[in-house]
Design a protein around this ligand. Structure first.
Ligand SMILES: [Zn+2]
Length: 451
């Protein structure tokens, strides 16, 4: 299939005016072998169905390739967007919890809402979340679920990296069992397009929830599995002022709340959350006990001078996810984008859950980020939902760009003829009519076929 659009944004080179993308599928695969000696045909035979075979100017692409032509008209074709942090479990909690006075109060409030939900509610919540994410042009999600046992019952319509969210707040001695149980569910082949395992990794990960809800044991257990199986890790870190108060000063509302419910608090009163995560007080070099490239760290709103020194010292970097609208809901401290960026951290955007957000639109997330960081160019912001999260998921050779050999995960949005295409893309405020995941196009946009 040859897809023509007014502009193709590959994320590799300047946007291609009157461009086209060739996607491998049956029609092209059926052409007699050897009928075209072109590079495109050779690539096509090598490319699995559902991947991009060729991209360039429409006239040139048409000359190099056979197959059905689909014209998207006055639209911009982009790589599908990647949400680096969400919890589709809580899609049904949209608008249910008003901002609370303290972070601890918010945990109480969401726990009260969660107590009312059954596994059936969670299943429909996750399915609705997938559908909404896709309507907003998201083709890959890093989704944390507290219910990995439900995964086999879900058919994900978009590419999904499932993270099992793990909690043992009262420092359970059963960290191994908790992790083993989660892996059993994650290991069963999920239904729907998954991430590539070409790099030797598995298309899933583990998410010890946070330093204040997951024991040291649980973190260590997840790290061990991640090293052995080459899977990804994610957690929430240094999100709120109360988390900083708890770990650094052994005080505050979160400290009191967790102490009351029986969490051992002997890790409090010494280090910052980041210091504790990086093992700053260990005799070894900070961070060297961690599988840092496998970690995707959500939030990092609360960092001290000593934390920045730690980050600067660490040669190996983890990946960072910022969730601008959830951040606004909680009124957290300013996210230190400039400092982290200058320390060469890979920074991505995520929506977090709808318990603290209005929608699963990454376009809205890009705009919220732009409002807080008006100096960052819109093409840099677009990278935070394409190229950067692809890297965080260790899929930088598969998704996040339009390039031969990459997955055919594409979206099309209307584009004007204004001078700043990327500004228009970030400003796009609607649902996406045409979404292709793994080479399968779903569209309500009027198409012209076989030009
Ligand atoms: Zn989260």
């Amino acid at each position: 299939m040859i897809i023509r659009a007014r502009t193709v944004v590959t994320m590799d080179e300047p946007p291609i005016e009157n461009g086209a993308v060739v996607v491998s599928g049956n029609r092209i695969d059926d052409s007699p072998s050897g009928s075209s000696p072109s590079r495109a045909a050779r690539l096509c035979r090598a490319a699995p169905a559902g991947s991009v075979v060729d991209v360039g100017k429409f006239d040139e692409v048409k000359a190099r390739n056979a197959g059905q032509i689909v014209d998207l008209g006055e639209q911009a074709l982009l790589p599908g967007l990647i949400n680096a942090h969400c919890h589709l479990d809580y899609t049904c909690l949209r608008g249910k919890i008003r901002p609370q006075k303290t972070f601890a109060d918010w945990i109480r409030a969401i726990n009260a809402e969660k107590a009312r939900l059954s596994p059936k509610d969670y299943l429909s919540s996750i399915n609705e979340g997938f559908a909404e994410a896709k309507r907003f042009g998201t083709t890959t999600v890093a989704n944390l679920t507290a219910f990995p046992n439900l995964i086999p019952q879900i058919h994900a319509p978009i590419r999904t990296c499932w993270f099992a969210e793990l909690i043992d707040v009262r420092a359970s001695k059963h960290a191994n069992e908790i992790v083993d149980l989660a892996i059993e569910s994650l290991g069963r082949a999920p239904s729907g397009p998954v991430l590539s395992v070409a790099e030797g990794g598995a298309p899933w990960g583990l998410a010890p929830h946070a330093l204040f809800t997951a024991s040291k044991n649980l973190f260590a257990c997840c790290e061990e599995i991640a090293r052995r199986e080459n899977v990804l890790l994610t957690t929430h870190l240094a999100e709120s002022r109360e988390e900083m108060e708890m770990f650094r000063d052994a005080s505050g509302a979160l400290y009191e709340f967790l102490k009351r419910i029986g969490r051992p608090m002997d890790d409090c009163g010494n280090e910052t959350p980041l210091g504790l995560f990086m093992g700053a007080s260990s005799p070894r070099r900070a961070g060297c006990g961690r599988a840092l490239p496998q970690w995707i760290i959500a939030h990092l709103n609360e960092l001290t001078e000593s934390d920045f020194e730690l980050l600067e010292e660490s040669n190996v970097k983890f990946h960072v996810v910022h969730c601008p609208r959830s951040h606004g809901y909680f009124k957290h401290s300013q996210f230190p984008f400039e400092q982290l960026h200058s320390l060469r951290f890979n920074i991505c955007l995520g929506t977090d859950s709808l318990a603290t957000n209005e929608s699963l639109s990454l376009f809205a997330e890009m705009r919220a980020f732009q409002r807080s960081e008006p100096g960052i160019s819109p093409d840099e912001i677009l990278k935070m939902v394409t190229v950067n999260p692809a890297m965080a998921l260790h899929q930088e050779n598969m998704i996040g760009r339009i390039r031969p050999g990459f997955c055919a995960d594409l979206i099309a949005i209307p584009c004007g003829r204004g001078p700043n295409l990327f500004e228009d893309i970030v400003g796009f405020d609607g649902q996406v009519d045409s979404v292709m995941v793994n080479g399968e196009l779903q569209t309500t946009h009027p198409l012209r076929l076989n030009l």
